[in-house]
Design a protein around this ligand. Structure first.
Ligand code: COA
Ligand code: ZN
Length: 333
Protein backbone atom coordinates (compact mmCIF):
# COMPACT_ATOMS: atom_id res chain seq x y z
CA UNK A 1 0.00 0.00 0.00
CA UNK A 2 1.54 3.32 -1.00
CA UNK A 3 1.56 6.13 1.57
CA UNK A 4 -0.68 8.20 -0.73
CA UNK A 5 -3.47 5.62 -0.75
CA UNK A 6 -4.48 4.96 2.84
CA UNK A 7 -6.66 1.95 3.58
CA UNK A 8 -9.46 4.14 4.87
CA UNK A 9 -10.11 7.77 3.93
CA UNK A 10 -8.90 10.30 6.53
CA UNK A 11 -11.95 11.85 8.23
CA UNK A 12 -12.22 15.64 7.91
CA UNK A 13 -10.95 17.77 10.80
CA UNK A 14 -13.30 20.03 12.81
CA UNK A 15 -13.91 23.54 11.51
CA UNK A 16 -15.34 24.74 14.85
CA UNK A 17 -13.23 26.56 17.43
CA UNK A 18 -10.85 24.25 19.27
CA UNK A 19 -11.05 24.77 23.03
CA UNK A 20 -7.89 24.41 25.06
CA UNK A 21 -7.98 23.72 28.78
CA UNK A 22 -4.80 24.54 30.68
CA UNK A 23 -4.08 21.89 33.30
CA UNK A 24 -0.52 22.77 34.35
CA UNK A 25 -1.62 24.48 37.60
CA UNK A 26 -3.23 21.15 38.65
CA UNK A 27 -1.96 18.14 36.68
CA UNK A 28 1.41 19.82 36.26
CA UNK A 29 2.16 21.15 39.72
CA UNK A 30 0.82 18.03 41.50
CA UNK A 31 3.81 16.12 40.11
CA UNK A 32 6.48 18.67 41.12
CA UNK A 33 8.57 18.23 44.22
CA UNK A 34 8.83 21.99 44.87
CA UNK A 35 6.00 23.92 46.44
CA UNK A 36 5.38 26.96 44.27
CA UNK A 37 4.59 29.83 46.67
CA UNK A 38 0.95 30.90 46.61
CA UNK A 39 1.69 34.49 45.47
CA UNK A 40 3.68 33.15 42.50
CA UNK A 41 0.96 30.62 41.58
CA UNK A 42 -1.68 33.34 41.59
CA UNK A 43 0.43 35.71 39.45
CA UNK A 44 1.23 32.92 36.96
CA UNK A 45 -2.40 31.80 36.67
CA UNK A 46 -3.38 35.45 36.11
CA UNK A 47 -0.86 35.50 33.26
CA UNK A 48 -2.45 32.31 31.81
CA UNK A 49 -5.93 33.81 32.06
CA UNK A 50 -5.13 36.37 29.36
CA UNK A 51 -3.99 33.85 26.72
CA UNK A 52 -7.26 32.61 25.23
CA UNK A 53 -7.95 29.38 27.10
CA UNK A 54 -11.56 28.22 27.41
CA UNK A 55 -10.86 26.65 30.77
CA UNK A 56 -8.11 26.62 33.41
CA UNK A 57 -7.84 23.86 35.97
CA UNK A 58 -6.62 25.96 38.85
CA UNK A 59 -5.99 23.43 41.62
CA UNK A 60 -7.28 20.33 43.45
CA UNK A 61 -9.56 20.11 46.47
CA UNK A 62 -8.07 16.79 47.49
CA UNK A 63 -6.37 15.72 50.70
CA UNK A 64 -3.33 17.98 51.27
CA UNK A 65 -1.50 14.90 52.54
CA UNK A 66 -2.08 13.18 49.16
CA UNK A 67 -1.01 16.20 47.05
CA UNK A 68 1.05 18.62 49.19
CA UNK A 69 1.94 20.85 46.20
CA UNK A 70 -1.70 22.00 46.03
CA UNK A 71 -2.34 22.47 49.73
CA UNK A 72 -3.10 26.16 49.12
CA UNK A 73 -6.12 25.38 46.92
CA UNK A 74 -8.60 27.72 48.64
CA UNK A 75 -6.30 30.70 48.67
CA UNK A 76 -5.27 30.30 45.03
CA UNK A 77 -8.85 29.86 43.84
CA UNK A 78 -10.06 32.88 45.79
CA UNK A 79 -7.23 35.20 44.79
CA UNK A 80 -6.95 34.69 41.02
CA UNK A 81 -8.30 37.46 38.78
CA UNK A 82 -11.10 35.92 36.74
CA UNK A 83 -11.38 36.78 33.08
CA UNK A 84 -14.95 36.62 31.73
CA UNK A 85 -15.45 33.67 29.40
CA UNK A 86 -12.80 31.50 31.06
CA UNK A 87 -14.13 28.58 33.13
CA UNK A 88 -12.14 28.16 36.34
CA UNK A 89 -12.37 24.51 37.32
CA UNK A 90 -10.72 22.34 40.00
CA UNK A 91 -10.29 18.65 40.69
CA UNK A 92 -12.78 17.32 43.25
CA UNK A 93 -12.61 13.71 44.56
CA UNK A 94 -15.46 13.70 47.11
CA UNK A 95 -18.16 15.71 48.90
CA UNK A 96 -15.64 17.28 51.25
CA UNK A 97 -13.67 18.54 48.24
CA UNK A 98 -16.91 19.78 46.69
CA UNK A 99 -17.77 21.84 49.77
CA UNK A 100 -14.30 23.38 49.77
CA UNK A 101 -14.59 24.11 46.03
CA UNK A 102 -17.95 25.86 46.43
CA UNK A 103 -16.58 28.01 49.26
CA UNK A 104 -13.66 29.00 47.05
CA UNK A 105 -16.03 29.92 44.17
CA UNK A 106 -15.08 27.44 41.45
CA UNK A 107 -17.12 27.59 38.22
CA UNK A 108 -17.07 23.84 37.71
CA UNK A 109 -16.27 20.64 39.58
CA UNK A 110 -13.87 18.37 37.73
CA UNK A 111 -14.71 15.06 39.39
CA UNK A 112 -12.15 12.29 39.18
CA UNK A 113 -12.33 8.54 39.09
CA UNK A 114 -10.43 5.89 37.18
CA UNK A 115 -11.71 3.53 34.50
CA UNK A 116 -9.22 1.05 36.03
CA UNK A 117 -10.26 -0.51 39.35
CA UNK A 118 -6.61 -0.87 40.37
CA UNK A 119 -5.64 2.73 39.64
CA UNK A 120 -8.80 3.96 41.35
CA UNK A 121 -7.75 2.19 44.55
CA UNK A 122 -4.12 3.35 44.29
CA UNK A 123 -5.05 6.97 43.55
CA UNK A 124 -8.29 7.57 45.41
CA UNK A 125 -8.23 4.74 47.98
CA UNK A 126 -11.77 3.73 47.00
CA UNK A 127 -13.33 0.96 44.95
CA UNK A 128 -14.96 2.19 41.76
CA UNK A 129 -18.39 1.58 43.32
CA UNK A 130 -17.39 3.72 46.32
CA UNK A 131 -16.07 6.44 44.03
CA UNK A 132 -19.23 6.41 41.93
CA UNK A 133 -21.34 6.61 45.09
CA UNK A 134 -19.42 9.56 46.50
CA UNK A 135 -19.27 11.30 43.10
CA UNK A 136 -23.04 10.90 42.70
CA UNK A 137 -23.47 12.80 45.98
CA UNK A 138 -20.84 15.34 44.91
CA UNK A 139 -22.67 15.88 41.61
CA UNK A 140 -25.88 16.62 43.50
CA UNK A 141 -23.99 19.12 45.64
CA UNK A 142 -22.76 20.93 42.51
CA UNK A 143 -26.21 20.84 40.96
CA UNK A 144 -27.77 22.36 44.08
CA UNK A 145 -25.14 25.10 43.93
CA UNK A 146 -25.88 25.68 40.23
CA UNK A 147 -22.38 24.61 39.15
CA UNK A 148 -21.36 22.62 36.09
CA UNK A 149 -19.81 19.15 36.48
CA UNK A 150 -17.16 17.49 34.35
CA UNK A 151 -15.85 14.00 35.07
CA UNK A 152 -12.22 13.13 34.31
CA UNK A 153 -12.03 9.41 33.73
CA UNK A 154 -8.42 8.37 34.35
CA UNK A 155 -6.76 5.45 32.56
CA UNK A 156 -9.49 5.43 29.87
CA UNK A 157 -6.93 4.17 27.32
CA UNK A 158 -5.05 1.74 29.56
CA UNK A 159 -3.78 1.27 33.10
CA UNK A 160 -0.08 1.01 33.96
CA UNK A 161 -0.85 -1.77 36.45
CA UNK A 162 -3.78 -3.63 34.80
CA UNK A 163 -2.93 -3.10 31.14
CA UNK A 164 -5.82 -2.78 28.69
CA UNK A 165 -9.04 -1.26 29.97
CA UNK A 166 -11.99 -2.52 27.89
CA UNK A 167 -13.64 0.18 25.76
CA UNK A 168 -17.03 -1.17 26.87
CA UNK A 169 -16.14 -0.48 30.53
CA UNK A 170 -15.14 3.10 29.68
CA UNK A 171 -18.39 3.60 27.73
CA UNK A 172 -20.36 2.19 30.66
CA UNK A 173 -18.83 4.64 33.18
CA UNK A 174 -19.44 7.53 30.79
CA UNK A 175 -23.09 6.46 30.42
CA UNK A 176 -23.50 6.22 34.20
CA UNK A 177 -22.16 9.73 34.71
CA UNK A 178 -24.30 11.04 31.84
CA UNK A 179 -27.24 9.53 33.72
CA UNK A 180 -26.38 11.76 36.70
CA UNK A 181 -26.76 14.81 34.46
CA UNK A 182 -23.10 15.89 34.27
CA UNK A 183 -22.21 18.32 31.47
CA UNK A 184 -18.92 16.84 30.33
CA UNK A 185 -16.54 13.91 30.45
CA UNK A 186 -12.80 13.93 29.86
CA UNK A 187 -11.18 10.76 28.57
CA UNK A 188 -7.76 10.74 30.20
CA UNK A 189 -4.71 8.85 28.98
CA UNK A 190 -3.08 9.08 32.39
CA UNK A 191 0.22 7.39 31.54
CA UNK A 192 0.44 7.81 27.76
CA UNK A 193 -0.75 4.33 26.79
CA UNK A 194 -3.17 5.43 24.04
CA UNK A 195 -2.42 4.95 20.35
CA UNK A 196 -4.06 6.88 17.51
CA UNK A 197 -6.19 4.01 16.21
CA UNK A 198 -7.56 3.36 19.70
CA UNK A 199 -8.19 7.09 20.21
CA UNK A 200 -10.12 7.40 16.94
CA UNK A 201 -12.23 4.33 17.78
CA UNK A 202 -12.97 5.15 21.45
CA UNK A 203 -13.58 8.89 21.00
CA UNK A 204 -15.82 8.28 17.96
CA UNK A 205 -17.84 5.61 19.79
CA UNK A 206 -18.37 7.71 22.92
CA UNK A 207 -19.20 10.85 20.92
CA UNK A 208 -21.81 8.85 19.03
CA UNK A 209 -23.28 7.28 22.18
CA UNK A 210 -23.36 10.55 24.17
CA UNK A 211 -24.08 13.38 21.74
CA UNK A 212 -25.21 15.68 24.58
CA UNK A 213 -21.96 15.42 26.56
CA UNK A 214 -19.07 17.84 26.09
CA UNK A 215 -16.18 15.43 25.48
CA UNK A 216 -12.59 16.43 26.20
CA UNK A 217 -9.42 14.47 25.39
CA UNK A 218 -6.52 14.47 27.86
CA UNK A 219 -3.25 12.97 26.67
CA UNK A 220 0.15 12.46 28.22
CA UNK A 221 3.14 12.39 25.90
CA UNK A 222 4.88 9.58 27.78
CA UNK A 223 5.66 7.55 24.64
CA UNK A 224 5.88 10.30 22.04
CA UNK A 225 2.35 9.67 20.75
CA UNK A 226 0.74 12.77 22.25
CA UNK A 227 0.53 14.80 19.02
CA UNK A 228 -0.62 11.79 16.99
CA UNK A 229 -3.32 11.12 19.58
CA UNK A 230 -4.51 14.74 19.46
CA UNK A 231 -4.74 14.40 15.66
CA UNK A 232 -6.73 11.16 15.99
CA UNK A 233 -9.11 12.78 18.50
CA UNK A 234 -9.62 15.70 16.09
CA UNK A 235 -10.53 13.15 13.43
CA UNK A 236 -13.12 11.78 15.86
CA UNK A 237 -14.60 15.28 16.05
CA UNK A 238 -13.23 16.19 19.50
CA UNK A 239 -12.86 19.96 19.86
CA UNK A 240 -11.82 20.20 23.54
CA UNK A 241 -8.33 19.32 24.73
CA UNK A 242 -6.53 19.42 28.05
CA UNK A 243 -2.88 20.41 27.75
CA UNK A 244 -0.18 21.48 30.16
CA UNK A 245 2.15 24.41 29.62
CA UNK A 246 5.72 23.23 29.10
CA UNK A 247 4.54 19.60 29.07
CA UNK A 248 4.79 19.12 32.83
CA UNK A 249 2.40 16.81 34.68
CA UNK A 250 1.47 13.32 35.71
CA UNK A 251 -0.31 11.41 38.43
CA UNK A 252 1.91 10.63 41.46
CA UNK A 253 -0.19 7.48 42.04
CA UNK A 254 0.24 6.05 38.52
CA UNK A 255 3.60 4.29 38.02
CA UNK A 256 5.62 5.64 35.09
CA UNK A 257 3.51 8.75 34.66
CA UNK A 258 5.11 11.67 32.85
CA UNK A 259 4.04 14.98 31.37
CA UNK A 260 0.86 15.94 29.56
CA UNK A 261 0.93 17.01 25.95
CA UNK A 262 2.47 20.48 26.07
CA UNK A 263 0.11 23.36 25.37
CA UNK A 264 2.67 24.96 23.04
CA UNK A 265 3.00 21.70 21.07
CA UNK A 266 -0.79 21.30 20.74
CA UNK A 267 -1.32 24.94 19.71
CA UNK A 268 1.51 24.61 17.19
CA UNK A 269 -0.06 21.42 15.77
CA UNK A 270 -3.48 23.09 15.51
CA UNK A 271 -2.00 26.14 13.79
CA UNK A 272 -0.01 23.93 11.35
CA UNK A 273 -3.30 22.19 10.49
CA UNK A 274 -4.99 25.56 9.94
CA UNK A 275 -7.56 24.82 12.64
CA UNK A 276 -9.38 27.45 14.61
CA UNK A 277 -7.04 28.21 17.51
CA UNK A 278 -5.67 31.71 17.79
CA UNK A 279 -3.65 31.42 20.98
CA UNK A 280 -0.41 33.41 20.65
CA UNK A 281 2.61 31.11 20.81
CA UNK A 282 4.93 33.95 21.86
CA UNK A 283 2.78 34.70 24.89
CA UNK A 284 2.59 31.00 25.75
CA UNK A 285 6.39 30.92 25.59
CA UNK A 286 6.54 33.85 28.01
CA UNK A 287 4.19 32.05 30.45
CA UNK A 288 6.34 28.92 30.10
CA UNK A 289 9.41 31.02 30.99
CA UNK A 290 7.64 32.13 34.17
CA UNK A 291 6.85 28.50 34.98
CA UNK A 292 10.41 27.36 34.32
CA UNK A 293 11.73 30.00 36.71
CA UNK A 294 9.22 28.92 39.38
CA UNK A 295 10.15 25.23 39.06
CA UNK A 296 13.88 25.73 38.65
CA UNK A 297 14.22 23.14 35.87
CA UNK A 298 13.79 22.88 32.11
CA UNK A 299 10.46 21.97 30.52
CA UNK A 300 9.92 19.07 28.11
CA UNK A 301 7.83 20.88 25.45
CA UNK A 302 9.29 20.31 21.96
CA UNK A 303 8.06 23.63 20.54
CA UNK A 304 9.21 25.35 23.72
CA UNK A 305 12.75 24.21 22.90
CA UNK A 306 12.77 24.38 19.08
CA UNK A 307 10.29 27.21 18.45
CA UNK A 308 7.55 26.97 15.82
CA UNK A 309 8.39 25.70 12.33
CA UNK A 310 7.86 29.20 10.91
CA UNK A 311 10.63 30.70 13.06
CA UNK A 312 13.64 31.30 10.81
CA UNK A 313 17.15 31.09 12.19
CA UNK A 314 19.86 33.56 11.16
CA UNK A 315 22.30 32.50 8.45
CA UNK A 316 25.69 31.17 9.61
CA UNK A 317 28.29 33.99 9.84
CA UNK A 318 30.35 32.73 6.86
CA UNK A 319 27.29 32.07 4.67
CA UNK A 320 27.93 34.86 2.16
CA UNK A 321 31.52 33.74 1.65
CA UNK A 322 30.43 30.11 1.28
CA UNK A 323 27.85 31.04 -1.31
CA UNK A 324 30.29 33.16 -3.35
CA UNK A 325 32.82 30.36 -3.35
CA UNK A 326 30.22 27.77 -4.39
CA UNK A 327 28.89 30.04 -7.17
CA UNK A 328 32.43 30.71 -8.44
CA UNK A 329 33.15 26.97 -8.55
CA UNK A 330 29.85 26.34 -10.33
CA UNK A 331 30.68 29.04 -12.92
CA UNK A 332 34.15 27.56 -13.47
CA UNK A 333 32.52 24.20 -14.23
N1 COA B 1 -9.97 17.69 51.10
C1 COA B 1 -9.15 17.74 52.18
N2 COA B 1 -8.96 16.72 53.01
C2 COA B 1 -9.64 15.60 52.76
C3 COA B 1 -10.51 15.48 51.67
C4 COA B 1 -10.65 16.58 50.80
N3 COA B 1 -11.42 16.55 49.72
N4 COA B 1 -11.04 14.23 51.69
C5 COA B 1 -10.53 13.61 52.74
N5 COA B 1 -9.67 14.44 53.39
C6 COA B 1 -8.87 14.15 54.56
C7 COA B 1 -9.66 13.59 55.72
O1 COA B 1 -10.16 14.61 56.52
C8 COA B 1 -8.60 12.80 56.45
O2 COA B 1 -7.77 13.67 57.14
P1 COA B 1 -7.06 13.24 58.51
O3 COA B 1 -6.18 12.07 58.16
O4 COA B 1 -6.31 14.43 58.92
O5 COA B 1 -8.18 12.84 59.41
C9 COA B 1 -7.76 12.23 55.30
O6 COA B 1 -7.96 13.12 54.20
C10 COA B 1 -8.19 10.85 54.91
O7 COA B 1 -9.59 10.86 54.68
P2 COA B 1 -10.41 9.62 54.14
O8 COA B 1 -11.84 10.00 54.01
O9 COA B 1 -10.07 8.40 54.97
O10 COA B 1 -9.87 9.50 52.70
P3 COA B 1 -8.81 8.51 52.12
O11 COA B 1 -7.59 8.37 52.94
O12 COA B 1 -9.56 7.30 51.73
O13 COA B 1 -8.41 9.35 50.79
C11 COA B 1 -8.95 10.91 49.07
C12 COA B 1 -9.34 9.67 49.80
C13 COA B 1 -9.68 10.93 47.74
C14 COA B 1 -9.31 12.14 49.86
C15 COA B 1 -7.43 10.93 48.84
O14 COA B 1 -7.02 9.70 48.36
C16 COA B 1 -7.01 12.01 47.88
O15 COA B 1 -7.13 13.18 48.14
N6 COA B 1 -6.46 11.63 46.74
C17 COA B 1 -6.07 12.59 45.75
C18 COA B 1 -5.42 11.90 44.65
C19 COA B 1 -5.04 12.86 43.55
O16 COA B 1 -5.30 14.05 43.57
N7 COA B 1 -4.34 12.30 42.57
C20 COA B 1 -3.88 13.01 41.46
C21 COA B 1 -4.94 13.46 40.55
S1 COA B 1 -5.50 12.24 39.44
ZN1 ZN C 1 -3.31 13.79 33.46
Amino acid sequence: MSPTSPATPIPPLPTARIHLHEVAPRDGLQMESVFVPTDDKVAWIDQLSTLGYSKIEVTSFVSPAAIPALRDAEEVMRRIARVPGVVYTALVPNVRGGERAIDARVNEFNLVMSASATHNLANLRMTQAQSFGTLSQTTRLAQQAGLAVNVSLSCAFGCPMEGDVPAAAVADWVARFAGLGVQGVTLCDTTGMADPGQVLALCSAIAQQQPELALTAHFHDTRGLGGANVFAALQAGITRFDASLGGIGGCPYAPGASGNVATEDVVHLLQCLGLCCEMPLDDLAAAAQTLQALLGHGLPSAVGRAGPRWRHHPLPPDFQQTRERALAREAAG
